[in-house]
Write a protein that binds this ligand. Structure first.
Ligand SMILES: [Zn+2]
Length: 76
C-alpha cells in the first residue's frame, strides 16, 4: 500500500501570515480564511476609494427635491 497522501499546498496568508490552504476548496485563497480576505479587501477598497462622496450625496438629495417640484403637473 503506497502512501497516497494528499500534498496540500499552502501559501502564506497575506493578511495574518498563517499558512493558507491553496486548493479549489479554499475559496478565500490566498487568504487562510474569509475574515482575512475581507479585511484585505476592505483595506484595498479604502485605499482605492479616496473620492469624497459627502458633497455629491448632498447635491443628490437637493437635486431630488427640485426635481420633485418640477415634476408637479401644472394642470388645472
Ligand atoms: Zn489569515
Amino acid at each position: 500500500m503506497s502512501e497516497t497522501q494528499k500534498t496540500v499546498k499552502t501559501v502564506k496568508c497575506p493578511q495574518c501570515g498563517a499558512p493558507a490552504v491553496w486548493s479549489p476548496e479554499n475559496s478565500n485563497r490566498p487568504f487562510c480564511s474569509e475574515r482575512c480576505r475581507l479585511i484585505d479587501l476592505g483595506a484595498w477598497a479604502n485605499e482605492e476609494y479616496q473620492i469624497p462622496t459627502d458633497k455629491s450625496e448632498d447635491d443628490y438629495s437637493t437635486g431630488l427635491e427640485s426635481e420633485e417640484r418640477e415634476f408637479t403637473p401644472l394642470r388645472h
